[in-house]
Design a protein around this ligand. Structure first.
Ligand SMILES: [Zn+2]
Length: 325
């Protein structure tokens, strides 16, 4: 049995939305189907994806049936207009089924799957036209560089929707200078600025950043740690924080460095000539952001390029600071 069946009006909504793109989409769809589904054709030939044959379903244990029923009920419980009567009505209308599963009782993906199904039902299907357009082309307004920390996802904190922000996340939200060579961050920057022509770059730092704490605590001896080799990109920010906040304890120094490192990353953006060129032309604006995850506040500022000063190099200023609480 297929994991999902979408019928009735759900399918008709998708069909109507897809009609406008049909001609252009044909080639892409053919290309995809020609390649086939790699999950359905693994080298071993033993992986069969998420589908089950009827005989397999007949062998479902009572425990599995109860579990699937619970998953389906949970999905509809998440609906805003849930009620017992509406539950049954909605089941008939949308004909949504969760897949039969095997494996451990406590599947780490149970909750994740429900969230995905909820996203599909409440966002993707309801805004089908928008998502079909996004499937063709992306034109994000923002490039976002944020920390990899699990607590600071920009899509959750400032609500970026799919298609709004090309995002790269790394330890301590650092931008290495171009002379340090290629990195996943510089690759994402190149794609965002040169290909997608984003108009805004936002570097988001945050409080309680373990990456910054590691940077502030590390000694200068050669380390083989991947973390150490990465966070050394923030060394200039560390030195400034140590200098300015020398009289403060390590926690306060880290807080200082968390913001200093954002501006250091913004400065490093100018070591990429195609970024400086667009900023000078007024085609690209750079911003800093700082999320305090203890008090849930957000500080935003514009990182303004004053120009190249003879004998002083580039000069910057911070403008339009705002504090959201
Ligand atoms: Zn962090």
């Amino acid at each position: 049995m297929a994991t999902w069946r979408i019928s009735c009006q759900a399918r008709s909504v998708l069909s109507a939305a897809a009609a406008g793109f049909r001609a252009g989409a044909t080639r892409t769809r053919r290309a995809s189907s020609a390649l086939g589904d790699p999950l359905q054709h693994s080298a071993s030939g033993s992986f069969t994806g998420v589908s089950r044959s009827p005989s397999e379903n007949e062998r479902l244990t009572e425990k599995e049936r109860l579990r699937n029923d619970r998953l389906t009920t949970s999905l509809f419980t998440n609906s805003r207009d849930f009620s017992t009567a509406k539950h049954e009505e909605r089941r008939k209308t949308c004909d949504v089924e969760t897949m039969a599963e095997s494996g451990a009782d406590e599947d780490v993906f149970d909750e994740i799957k429900l969230r995905f199904l909820s996203f599909k039902k409440n966002k993707f299907l309801k805004e089908a036209q928008h998502y079909q357009t996004l499937a063709k082309i992306q034109s994000p307004k923002f490039m976002v560089i944020a920390c990899a920390d699990s607590r600071v996802c920009p899509s959750n904190i400032v609500g970026f929707e799919p298609g709004e922000a090309l995002t790269v996340r790394n330890v301590a939200n650092l931008v290495p200078p171009s002379e340090f060579g290629p990195s996943e961050t510089s690759a994402a920057l190149e794609f965002a600025v040169k290909s997608l022509k984003v108009k805004n770059i936002l570097v988001i730092g945050h409080s309680n950043c373990a990456g910054i704490e590691a940077l502030m605590s590390m000694n200068d001896t050669e380390s083989r740690s991947y973390v150490d080799k990465w966070i050394i990109n923030g060394k200039a920010a560390k030195l400034r924080a140590k200098s300015v906040a020398a009289h403060l304890d390590l926690d306060q120094q880290c807080k200082h460095c968390e913001k200093e490192s954002i501006n250091e990353s913004l400065k490093n953006l100018f070591t990429y000539p195609w970024i400086e060129e667009r900023v000078v032309k007024g085609e690209l604006v750079l911003y800093g952001g700082y999320y305090d995850l203890v008090n849930c506040t957000f500080e935003k500022w514009t990182f303004y390029f004053e120009g190249r000063m003879p004998g002083e190099g580039r000069k910057f200023s911070i403008r339009d600071r705002s504090f959201w609480r």
